[in-house]
Design a protein around this ligand. Structure first.
Ligand code: 5GP
Length: 186
C-alpha cells in the first residue's frame, strides 16, 4: 500500500462531508437522549474505528453516562474483508450487569463482528442492549441484526476516514470517502 503525504490526494470521492456527519451525530444524540430519558447509559465502543464517532456522539447525549471500550480483531480475512472470526484484544473494564448498554459502532458490513459482540455482551446480563452505528452497508450483510440507530446507509464500497482505516492510515480524515484504486495497489 502506498499513501500520499497529503491523504486527500488518495480520495476519489467524498461520500459524507464533515458537515453532514456533524448534523447526523447531533440528531442521533437527541434521539438517544429522548429514548433513554430518566435512565443512565453505558456506551460501549469498539476500537479503533469507532473512536471519533464515540467521542462526538457522547457529547451530544444529555444523560448521565459511562463509557467503556473494547478492541477486537478478526482472524484471517484481508485488508478489506472481515472473516467473522473475532478475537477480543481488550475487554470491558467494568461490569455491565443490570445496565442499559448502547454499543457504538463505526460500520456494519457483513454483521459478523456485531453478531459476535452482541452475543458476548448479552452473556454479561445487561438490562438492555441496543446498537448505534454511524454507517450501514446492507448490501453485504450475512447475518440479519436489527440496528437501532443508523447514521447513514452507504453503498457497497470500501470507505475510509472519520475513524475508518486502510492499513491503519486515513483514520484522521474528517469526512468519509472512497479511495482511488492506486491507493490499494501494493
Ligand atoms: P463486519 O463484521 O460487519 O463485516 O465488519 C465490521 C468491521 O469491518 C468494521 O468495524 C470495520 O472495522 C471493518 N469494515 C467493514 N467495512 C469497512 C469499510 O468499508 N471500510 C473500513 N475501513 N473498514 C470496514
Amino acid at each position: 500500500m502506498k499513501h500520499s503525504q497529503d491523504l486527500n490526494e488518495d480520495v476519489a470521492e467524498v461520500l459524507l462531508s464533515e458537515d453532514q456527519i456533524r448534523v447526523k451525530v447531533t440528531e442521533l444524540g437527541k434521539r438517544i437522549s429522548a429514548d433513554y430519558a430518566g435512565r443512565e447509559l453505558t456506551l460501549v465502543s469498539v476500537l479503533k474505528g469507532s473512536l471519533p464517532f464515540m467521542a462526538d456522539l457522547m457529547r451530544q447525549i444529555d444523560l448521565p453516562l459511562r463509557i467503556d471500550l473494547m478492541e477486537v480483531s478478526s482472524y484471517g480475512g484481508t485488508a478489506t474483508e472481515s472473516s467473522g472470526l473475532v478475537r477480543i484484544l481488550k475487554d470491558l473494564s467494568a461490569p455491565i450487569d443490570g445496565r442499559d448498554v448502547l454499543l457504538v459502532e463505526d460500520i456494519i458490513d457483513t454483521g459478523l463482528t456485531l453478531n459476535y459482540l452482541l452475543r458476548y455482551l448479552r452473556g454479561k446480563n445487561p438490562r438492555s442492549i441496543k446498537v448505534c452505528s454511524l454507517l450501514d452497508k446492507p448490501a453485504r450483510r450475512l447475518v440479519e441484526i436489527p440496528i437501532d440507530y443508523v447514521g447513514f446507509e452507504i453503498p457497497d464500497a470500501f470507505v475510509v476516514g472519520y475513524g475508518l482505516d486502510f492499513g491503519e492510515v486515513y483514520r484522521n480524515l474528517r469526512f468519509v470517502g472512497v479511495l482511488r484504486p492506486e491507493a490499494y495497489e501494493s
